[in-house]
Design a protein around this ligand. Structure first.
Ligand code: SF4
Ligand code: SF4
Length: 397
């Protein structure tokens, strides 16, 4: 494993473990599986594990997986900033995280999902700076940073608004000039801050659902590289990236990522490969209508809309073909089940939109989805199909 040493003085593995996507058994994390993955990663040299108060079950599963190695790894955890409404909330959420993690300190503590300067100003008014200073003084927090999803101009304001130790940005070859982007990365590095890259595979979309044309471009260029390898090579080619957080949920995936981390040195990409990424970015952006990563932060919708699935199937409609998209919509959105989660159920209440890290105009986009996927025949046909197979639809207001 390669390591980077930044302003913090810690030797951080260039591959970090994102614990948001620990394997699940139904709705709960499969702790035994998670433990095996953490063990494998640790034995391969990974020493940075990223969780959050808001990732359901993740802190406890990580705690159960690091017995005996707590002092050999770095834990990154996050304050649920969107839930903080009073000064006492900082200590309340932080104490809960320590309790779940069974630890007395967090190595890298982030203000979770700052999207604009106003969010940080609100936290500052609640006393965040004083609270952080006290925790750093007593050693409960070693380094403080923020994770960011928003416009680049907001990132550039936030980064100058406090003496941050590090930051975490969404960064991958599609987002090279989106959100904080390369400009934000370089700005952070100029301030001596380690930068942790999240969403290296854009929630799996850069491996599982690339447009066919993009797949061909990569395969023609080098059939030996998997799509994940292409994405990771783009990141580790850049010496400014301190580490790449990957939500690994299989041993094979860990082994592949560790191998690519070892093999990819900064400056490794050829001019031709850089050109391939430019081409692929254009193809990708032309093919996908909605930049949803499937993170589920916007859920649940009080009116029952399955927002990420609506967008995933709409993307399939636009990038694969209409029939595939509509079939997926029908089966995955509850067309044949007792309860439906259609895009047309959206009443534009707006509750979901502030929670979306990709800043998708959700209700407006759902109208577009409903218009394309739910033609005049769609609901009568699925209702008839339910009747034939004996499924009773439950009325939803
Ligand atoms: S805007 Fe629509 S999708 Fe979002 S929470 Fe409200 S009803 Fe649900
Ligand atoms: S709409 Fe936004 S918040 Fe919801 S799953 Fe997609 S990216 Fe995540």
């Amino acid at each position: 494993m390669r390591y980077n040493e930044g302003k913090s003085g810690d030797k951080l593995s260039v591959l970090g473990f994102g614990c948001m996507r620990f394997p699940r058994k139904g709705p709960v994390i499969n702790v035994e599986e998670a433990r095996k993955l953490v063990e494998t990663a640790f034995e391969s040299g990974v020493n940075y594990f990223d969780t959050a108060y808001l990732y359901p079950g993740s802190e406890r599963a990580l705690a159960a997986s690091i017995t005996g190695i707590r002092d050999k790894i770095f834990i990154a955890d996050k304050m649920p900033t969107m839930l903080c409404v009073s000064a006492s909330d900082f200590s309340k959420f932080f104490s809960k995280s320590l309790e779940r993690l069974k630890t007395d300190h967090i190595d890298y503590y982030l203000m979770h999902m700052l999207t604009e300067m106003a969010t940080w100003e609100k936290l500052r008014e609640l006393g965040a700076e004083k609270w952080i200073a006290e925790r750093k003084k007593n050693g409960a927090i070693r380094h403080v940073g923020f994770s960011f999803h928003g416009e680049q101009s907001e990132f550039l304001k936030i980064i100058d608004a406090y003496d941050w130790d590090f930051c975490q940005i969404q960064y991958n070859y599609i987002d090279a000039h989106n959100q904080a982007g390369q400009t934000g990365l370089l700005k952070a590095v100029s301030k001596g801050m380690p930068v942790m890259a999240m969403e290296p595979l854009l929630g799996g979309r850069l491996t599982n659902s690339l447009p066919k044309r993009v797949e061909s471009v990569f395969r023609e260029e080098n059939p030996k590289y998997s799509f994940a390898e292409w994405a990771l090579r783009w990141l580790w080619d850049q010496r400014e990236v301190t580490l790449v957080l990957s939500g690994m949920n299989g041993v094979e995936q860990i082994c592949e990522n560790v191998r690519v981390a070892d093999e990819t040195r900064p400056g490794v990409l050829t001019a031709r490969e850089r050109e391939v990424f430019r081409l692929v970015r254009d193809e990708f952006n032309a093919a996908f209508k909605v930049r949803c990563t499937g993170c589920h932060y916007c859920m649940p919708c009080p009116h029952g809309v399955d927002i990420p699935t609506c967008f995933a199937t709409y993307n399939a409609y636009c990038s694969i073909n209409k029939i595939t998209g509509i079939k997926q919509y029908m089966f995955n959105i509850g067309g044949l089940a007792p309860v439906q989660h259609y895009a047309s159920q959206c009443v534009s209440c707006g509750k979901c939109e502030p929670k979306c890290p990709q800043r998708i105009p959700i209700s407006q986009t759902l109208k577009e989805v409903a218009g394309k996927m739910e033609s005049f025949w769609f609901k009568p046909m699925t209702a008839a199909a339910r009747a034939i197979i004996g499924v009773n639809a439950k009325a939803r207001k």
